[in-house]
Write a protein that binds this ligand. Structure first.
Ligand SMILES: [Zn+2]
Length: 173
C-alpha cells in the first residue's frame, strides 16, 4: 500500500484496515506473514515533513532457529516515525548511527506501508527466533518443515545489519 504524499502536505490521514501483505512476502528469511496485518495509522504533515503514528498487529509464522519447526508469533507495535524528503535526509548522512535515526526515514514522493511494517517487524523480533524457552533443539522431522522463502529485499538485509550493530553497541555500554 503506497501512500502518495504530494496531496497530503499539511493534511492528515487516518488509515485503519487489515492490510494484506501479499503472497510469499517475508520480512526476514525465517519469518512470513500468516494473515493481513491490522493497522491503525495516523499520518500528519507539517510541510514536507510527515509523521506516521499508531499501531499495528502482525501474526507471523516463524521458523525456530534451533529446531526448525514453524511456530506462531505475534508482533504488536506502536510506531512513531518521521519521514523527511530525501534531499533533506542526505544532509544528515554523515552523522553517526544513533538509535533515534531508525525512527527517521527518507522518502521520495510516497511511503510504502508494507515496507514500513517489514522494517518494524524486523526491529521488534528478537535476533534469534526460538519456538519456546524449552526448545530442545531436536530437529523435528525433515527438511519439509523448513520453508524456503523468497529472496529478501536487500534494503532489509541492511536494516538487519544496523540492528545487529545497535544491539552490540548497547551490550558493550
Ligand atoms: Zn524450536
Amino acid at each position: 500500500m503506497i501512500i502518495e504524499l504530494n496531496n497530503l502536505i499539511n493534511k492528515s490521514l487516518r488509515i485503519t484496515r487489515d492490510l494484506p501483505m501479499g503472497e510469499g512476502r517475508r520480512p526476514l528469511e525465517d519469518v512470513a506473514y500468516a494473515e493481513p496485518v491490522a493497522i491503525d495509522f495516523y499520518l500528519t504533515s507539517k510541510g514536507e515533513k510527515f509523521r506516521l503514528t499508531g499501531s499495528f498487529k502482525a501474526n507471523l509464522k516463524c521458523n525456530c532457529s534451533r529446531c526448525l519447526s514453524i511456530f506462531d508469533n505475534e508482533v504488536s507495535e506502536e510506531i512513531d516515525l518521521v519521514f523527511v524528503p530525501r534531499d533533506v535526509m542526505a544532509v544528515k548522512e554523515e552523522v553517526e548511527l544513533d538509535k533515534n535515526d531508525l525512527n527517521v526515514a527518507a522518502y521520495i514522493d510516497s511511503i510504502d506501508l508494507r515496507q514500513v511494517i517489514d522494517e518494524q517487524v524486523i526491529l521488534a523480533l528478537p535476533m534469534k527466533l526460538i519456538c519456546s524457552d524449552d526448545c530442545s533443539g531436536d530437529l523435528v522431522g525433515d527438511s519439509d518443515s523448513k520453508e524456503v522463502g523468497d529472496e529478501i529485499d536487500e534494503r532489509l538485509v541492511v536494516l538487519k545489519d544496523i540492528k545487529e550493530r545497535l544491539l552490540k553497541k548497547n551490550e558493550s555500554q
